[in-house]
Design a protein around this ligand. Structure first.
Ligand code: NAD
Length: 365
C-alpha cells in the first residue's frame, strides 16, 4: 500500500437490483424533475418507449439517435430538441453511447441525468466524457458530466447478447486493470478493482452459458459497477489512451477495441507493475493474469485481432503518431518504436509480442 493517497468518493446515487426501473419516477421526483428527455440508440427505441411510459407525464420527449463515440453532430441535434422542449433533465437508457449523449447534454446545460445502464461499460459512474469531432476523440472530466442517479436494473441487461456481454465485460476489466496502476490510485480503488475483476471473471462464463440467468447477470453488473467506479476515480494510462485514439481515428467499435488491446497493453506495462499484476492474478485465481485473460477471451469467442474489427494496417503509423502526441503518465514510457510493435501485434493478434515482458502473449487459434 502506498504511504499517502487521496480518496475522493463519487457523488452518484446508485440503486441496484432487479426490477429497479420501477423506481425511476420516484427518483425523478426526488430530483424535482418534471420535463425529462429520454435518450437511447435507434436499436433501443422500444426500451426507451417503455421507460417513457414509466415516467408518465414527467417525460416530454425522446431522442433515439445516440451514437458510439459521441459525435458532436449528434449532440447538436439532441441539444436542439432539448432547447425546443425546454427540458429540465435527461434519462439515458442504454450502454455507454447513450450515457455519453446524456453527459454531453449535461456538460452544455448542467441539467441532471438519470442513467439506466444496459451494458457493462461503466460510463454511468464516471465524470468522464469522450467526444468525437473530425475523426479525433477528446476526453474531458468535470462535475457536470457525472450523472446524479444510476438505476442498475439487472433485468435490462438480460437481453444483451452473449458476445456483446463478453466484450463489454472486458471493457470493464480494462478500467479495473488500469486503476490498479494509476498514478492517482489508492487502497479503496484497488479493493474495488480486484473485487470487480473477481466478480466479472466468475460471472462471465455463467452468462455465456445461460444469458438469461439473473444471478449471473447481477454478479456481472455488480462487477461492472465496481470497475466503472475505478475508472471514475483514477486517471487511465496507455490502454485507454490507445483505445480512444483507435476509436476516434478508425471508428472502431469501442468494447471490441478494449478487449483486443488489453492483453497487449498489460504486457507492455507488465515489467513495471508487479503489484497490479499480482492483484489481477489473484482476482482471476491464476498465476498468469494475461494468459488467463486471453484464455477467457478465447472461450468467449470474441475477435482477438484489430484487423478483424476493421482497422487498416497502414493506420498504425497515424495511430502511433496520435497516441504519443500528448504525453501522459504511464508506468512504462510510451515510445514510438515499442508502441508500433504493440500495435502490429494487436493488429495481427500475434503470438510473438513480448514487449520486454517475461511472458509471451500466446494466440492459439
Ligand atoms: P453501446 O452503448 O454503443 O451499445 C452497443 C450496442 O448494443 C448498441 O446498438 C445498443 O443499442 C445495444 N445494446 C445496449 N444494451 C443492450 C441490451 N441490454 N440488449 C440489447 N442491445 C443492447 O456500447 P457500449 O460499449 O456500452 O458503449 C460504448 C461507448 O461508451 C463508447 O462511445 C465509449 O467511448 C463510451 N464509454 C465511455 C466511458 C466513460 O466513462 N466516459 C466508459 C465506457 C465507455
Amino acid at each position: 500500500m502506498s504511504e499517502s493517497f487521496v480518496y475522493q468518493a463519487l457523488s452518484t446515487r446508485v440503486i441496484f437490483g432487479r426490477a429497479t426501473s420501477a423506481k425511476l419516477r420516484e427518483e425523478a421526483d426526488r430530483l424535482g424533475l418534471r420535463r425529462l428527455l429520454v435518450l437511447s440508440t435507434p436499436e433501443q427505441t422500444p426500451l426507451a418507449e417503455s421507460v417513457r411510459q414509466l415516467l408518465g407525464d414527467r417525460a416530454i420527449g425522446m431522442f433515439n439517435n445516440a451514437t458510439m463515440h459521441t459525435p458532436v453532430e449528434v449532440t447538436r441535434g439532441a441539444m436542439d430538441l432539448a432547447e425546443q422542449l425546454n427540458i429540465d433533465g435527461v434519462v439515458a437508457v442504454g450502454g455507454g453511447s447513450t450515457t455519453g449523449l446524456g453527459k454531453a447534454i449535461a456538460l452544455r446545460t448542467d441539467l441532471s441525468q438519470i442513467v439506466l445502464p444496459t451494458t457493462y461499460a461503466g460510463s454511468e459512474v464516471t465524470p468522464i466524457l469522450g467526444e468525437t469531432k473530425d475523426g479525433r476523440k477528446t476526453t474531458q472530466r468535470g462535475p457536470k458530466i457525472q450523472p446524479e442517479v444510476v438505476i442498475y436494473d439487472v433485468d435490462l441487461t438480460l437481453s444483451l447478447p452473449p458476445a456483446m456481454s463478453a466484450l463489454s465485460a472486458f471493457n470493464a476489466i480494462a478500467h479495473a486493470a488500469e486503476a490498479l496502476y494509476a498514478p492517482d490510485g489508492n487502497p479503496i480503488v484497488s479493493l474495488m478493482a480486484e473485487d470487480g475483476v473477481r466478480a466479472i471473471v466468475d460471472a462471465l462464463p455463467r452468462v455465456m452459458r445461460t444469458p438469461g440467468d439473473p444471478e449471473a447477470r447481477a454478479a456481472l453488473l455488480y462487477g461492472a459497477w465496481l470497475c466503472g467506479s475505478c475508472l471514475g476515480m483514477t486517471t487511465m494510462g496507455l490502454h485507454h489512451k490507445l483505445c480512444h485514439t483507435l476509436g476516434g481515428l478508425f471508428d472502431l467499435p469501442h468494447a471490441q477495441t478494449h478487449a483486443i488491446v488489453l492483453p497487449y497493453a498489460l504486457a507492455y506495462n507488465e515489467p513495471m507493475i508487479p503489484d497490479a499484476m499480482s492483484r489481477l492474478a489473484r482476482a482471476m485465481q491464476t498465476g498468469d493474469a494475461i494468459g488467463a485473460l486471453l484464455q477467457l477471451e478465447r472461450e468467449c469467442a470474441i475477435p482477438l485481432a484489430l484487423r478483424d474489427i476493421g482497422m487498416p494496417r497502414e493506420g498504425i503509423v497515424a495511430a502511433v503518431e496520435q497516441a504519443i502526441a500528448v504525453p501522459y503518465k504511464n508506468p512504462r514510457p510510451v515510445e514510438a518504436a515499442a508502441l508500433t510493435d504493440l500495435l502490429e501485434s494487436a493488429w495481427a493478434g500475434e503470438t510473438r509480442y513480448k514487449a520486454n515482458s517475461s511472458k509471451a502473449i500466446c494466440r492459439n487459434h
